[in-house]
Design a protein around this ligand. Structure first.
Ligand code: GMT
Length: 376
């Protein structure tokens, strides 16, 4: 099948899922055309069956705001027509689903029928999408998509709750990509970041308000007071500065490392003992799943879809949003030597439920329902 994938190319979870999905589809023999404004962070090097079409946004002086959605729509029309795509799969509703609808209508006027699948990732519904100014467009595009998927049951429910959506939504969870690298030299790397007996706590995000990164520091302060440890912070965003200031104020600078953005987080996770994700809302929590896939148990809030990923008392613990005391208490409990190995094993077992092998056929099934003649 020839599939166009429209995505945000950044470090955000929706871009990661879309890119890894495209790579996996290409490895299975589908032809995949990524359409976005810069090269997706996780795309990596040259691979068979993968094509990348860049949307360039013109800088015409008349516009105070460049019309990205229009340029994206034109690029979708061009790629569908010239590469003879069978289907478009757009990740994140705004503005990808509305651009896909417009592209579909333009192509129909030219005698080309193209179905499009919309995957809802979270903030397009829970934060941005709830803004009343977006509501009519989002509702319309979801209802007009040929298929819609949400990354958790919780997100599906939130979509029905906040929008006048009447159509069916399939739930397809985020997934992990198998990592076959050997973990040689792990102890040496670990010793560069922490003393032999010091646990390493870790947080990875885009440092937006929704991630409650200051809670990460507060939790760490409490854990460190009882169990001397280290905290590794990965990522960057609007809240990083205030977070660094808090670390200085609490006199924890020699205990907390801010590494900034990393393309590949697996190597950091390999040396971590606990992953902290105290988000205000989280439709799924791909970062938590990626941690568990490296055998790192998760201390998280119990919001959104996190309970579908992190199992309380098994792969980690869940607490109410903002309850840093409970999160610290739970982190200390699972860092006890008699508990830690079990939680690490459980975390990996839980992550394996979301394997690529289990999730990929669910997307392929949706595609084949829309483009039956290709697969049958
Ligand atoms: O986490 C973010 O802020 C990025 C955001 C995105 O859209 O790129 O992530 C969302 O999509 C991920 C992939 O489906 C989910 O795993 C994240 O939970 C979700 N983020 C939120 O709901 C805050």
């Amino acid at each position: 099948m020839k599939i166009g994938i429209v995505l945000y190319p950044t470090f955000g979870g929706s871009g990661v899922v879309a890119t890894e999905l495209g790579k996996a589809l290409a490895a299975k023999g589908h032809q995949v055309h990524f359409i976005t404004y810069s090269q997706p962070v996780r795309l990596g090097s040259f691979r068979e069956n993968i094509f990348y079409h860049e949307v360039s946004v013109s800088d015409y002086p008349l516009f105070d705001f460049q019309p990205y959605e229009t340029e994206l729509t034109s690029k979708m029309v061009d790629v569908v027509r010239n590469e003879k795509l069978d289907l478009l799969h757009v990740h994140y509703a705004i503005p990808h689903a509305s651009a896909a609808f417009m592209a579909k209508m333009i192509l129909r006027s030219q005698g080309i029928e193209i179905p499009f699948v919309t995957t809802l990732h979270g903030t397009d519904i829970t934060l941005v999408g709830k803004d009343p100014s977006f509501e009519p467009v989002i509702t319309f595009c979801i209802n007009e998509s040929d298929a819609v998927t949400a990354v958790s049951h919780s997100l599906k429910e939130a979509t029905y709750e906040h929008f006048k959506v009447t159509r069916h939504i399939d739930v397809i969870h985020n997934f992990i990509v198998p990592n076959n690298e050997t973990k040689e030299g792990l102890n040496n790397t670990r010793l560069k970041y922490a003393l032999a007996n010091e646990p390493i706590l870790c947080h990875i995000s885009n440092f937006r308000k929704v991630k409650r990164v200051e809670d990460v520091i507060r939790i760490f302060e409490k854990v460190n007071a009882e169990l001397p440890s280290k905290l590794i912070m990965v990522g960057d965003g609007p809240e990083r500065y205030s977070c660094e200031q808090l670390a200085r104020k609490l006199n924890l600078c020699d205990k907390i490392l801010f590494l900034g953005k990393l393309r590949d987080t697996a190597h950091v996770l390999e040396i971590a003992d606990v992953f902290l994700l105290p988000s205000e809302t989280e439709s799924f929590g791909l970062a938590a799943l990626e941690a568990m896939a490296q055998s790192v148990p998760v201390i998280s809030s119990n919001t959104g879809g996190l309970a579908e990923v992190n199992k309380h008392g098994f792969s980690g613990f869940l607490s109410n949003v903002g309850d840093v005391d409970d999160m610290a208490k739970n982190a200390i409990a699972l860092l006890q030597p008699d508990q830690m190995m079990q939680f690490k094993e459980n975390a990996l077992a839980q992550a394996n439920l979301f394997s690529l092998a289990a999730i990929l056929p669910q997307y392929e099934q949706i595609y084949s329902n829309l483009v039956p003649k290709i697969l049958r």
